[in-house]
Design a protein around this ligand. Sequence first.
Ligand code: IMP
Ligand code: MG
Length: 183
Amino acid sequence: MEFDLQKDLKSVLFSAETIQSRVKELAREIEESCQGEEITVISIINGAIIFTADLIRRVRLPVRLDCIRASSYGNETRPVHAPKIIDSVRLDVEGRHVLLVDDILDTGNTLRTVRNELMECSPASVRTCVLLDKKARRSVDFEADLVGFEIPDEFVVGYGLDFAERYRHLPCIGVLKEELQEL
Ligand code: IMP
Ligand code: MG
């Protein structure tokens, strides 16, 4: 059954099935690069909640999980101020292999800020995994180690990505109709 909220989308970029099969591939890549070692997954919430939940259930490695809360958007579709870490990690990361997970890499400010903060805690390594990469919007020098899909510069929602906290629960990812990108 199609989600009724899908009528708010101008187009669907990735169906639920396409996302799931890419998530499975990313999990394999994580396993290969970690060679059996435990990883400490840090999910940047709220956006990465759904992606993280699916990804870690596919990873056949010991996993510790924590979240970090960063904010930069408010209710806008463009960042309104530099990202802030509102709630930091509780787990110790010193000497650990950290995998930072986010929904989308846009300007790069969020991941750069979060990675710099984690580096202060002397982890053994920090790798980054994002589901989406909007390369055209990058304003700082930052690339993720693992990327699910590259996307054009359009405002997307679904599978964790929101507009004003809505649409996160859509199982697919699509471009939000322009007339709905206003509050
Ligand atoms: P960055 O700091 O500019 O890289 O932005 C990263 C954050 O912005 C992500 O974690 C998302 O929460 C949000 N974001 C960027 N682009 C989109 C989008 O197209 N839809 C929804 N959220 C987005
Ligand atoms: Mg986010």
